[in-house]
Design a binder for this molecule. Structure first.
Ligand SMILES: [Fe+2]
Ligand SMILES: [Fe+2]
Length: 273
């Protein structure tokens, strides 16, 4: 949600600002559901957050790209949330209950994010030449990073086989990427925008689109911490954590006080306990 946060104060209308705020709140919630489900495996949230801040834990490559114009809010909702849905719908039926249950709720919210983004793109694409150019520029910059979100190709994805064997993932990275391309190409056509890929064409025999090759050097550089905004994103995350310390302390002190009150009440009046 850091990429979106850049545009909350710059949203072009009250309506678009409210919708973007709601989306960012949803994304904060998704983080909380997923940390809660990961905690059921025995690692505390504090440890996981410390790993994120130290650079030990990985996070999605897509969060390391800058958002340069309002059209990026459209392209992110349409493409990035769209790619997330493609991946997460499959995860709703994953074999690990706490994870799959979190995904059911996440997917409902993601479909709202996708429509939020597509609506912005539609608005710009039907607007002035300048607005249309903004939309095209955003599509040009977000298309390839969105395809990278599905992860390395199947022959170069060491974690996929394990995830498939445990039935966490039920479709491969390449299968999901293909489904995403096939779904998104007609949407771009409807907008009157062109996908920045000279090799993209319909393959009649296979009943799917052929598309150009992904720059995996860029993907692995971003994952390794060398994307355009990696250090800025982690720094913002560390700063927010440090500045929120007093809130966590206050909440813990309040919870301890409530627990002490409950236990003294139950001692004074054991039957009510
Ligand atoms: Fe999300
Ligand atoms: Fe989302």
């Amino acid at each position: 949600m850091l990429p979106e946060a850049n545009w909350i104060t710059r949203a072009p209308s009250l309506r678009s600002k409210l919708i973007l705020l709601a989306k960012v709140q949803d994304e904060a919630g998704h983080g909380l559901y997923l940390y809660s489900s990961a905690e059921t495996l025995g690692t505390s949230r504090d440890e996981m957050i410390a790993d994120l801040h130290s650079g030990k834990a990985k996070y999605s490559s897509i969060f390391n790209y800058p958002t340069l114009s309002w059209a990026d809010m459209g392209a992110i909702g349409w493409l990035v949330d769209g790619a997330a849905i493609q991946n997460q719908v499959m995860l709703c039926r994953a074999s690990y209950g706490p994870y799959s249950r979190a995904m059911v709720r996440i997917c409902k919210e993601e479909s709202f994010h996708q429509r939020q983004g597509y609506e912005i793109m539609l608005h710009l694409a039907k607007g002035t030449q300048e607005q249309k150019d903004m939309a095209q520029d955003a599509l040009n910059r977000w298309w390839w990073p969105s395809l990278m979100m599905f992860g390395p190709s199947d022959d170069n994805s060491p974690n996929s086989a394990q995830s498939m064997a445990w039935r966490i993932k039920r479709k491969s990275n390449d299968e999901l990427r293909q489904e995403f391309v096939d779904k998104t190409v007609p949407q771009a056509k409807f907008l009157g925008l062109s996908i920045p890929d000279a090799d993209l064409r319909w393959n009649e025999a296979l009943g799917q689109h052929d598309f150009g090759s992904i720059d995996w050097n860029e993907f692995f550089a971003v994952v390794a911490g060398n994307g355009p905004c990696n250090s800025e994103r982690i720094e913002a995350r560390r700063k927010a954590h440090a500045e929120g310390a007093w809130v966590r302390e206050a909440a813990s002190a309040y919870a301890a006080k409530q627990a002490a009150r409950r236990s003294s009440d139950s001692k004074a009046n054991p039957q009510a306990a």
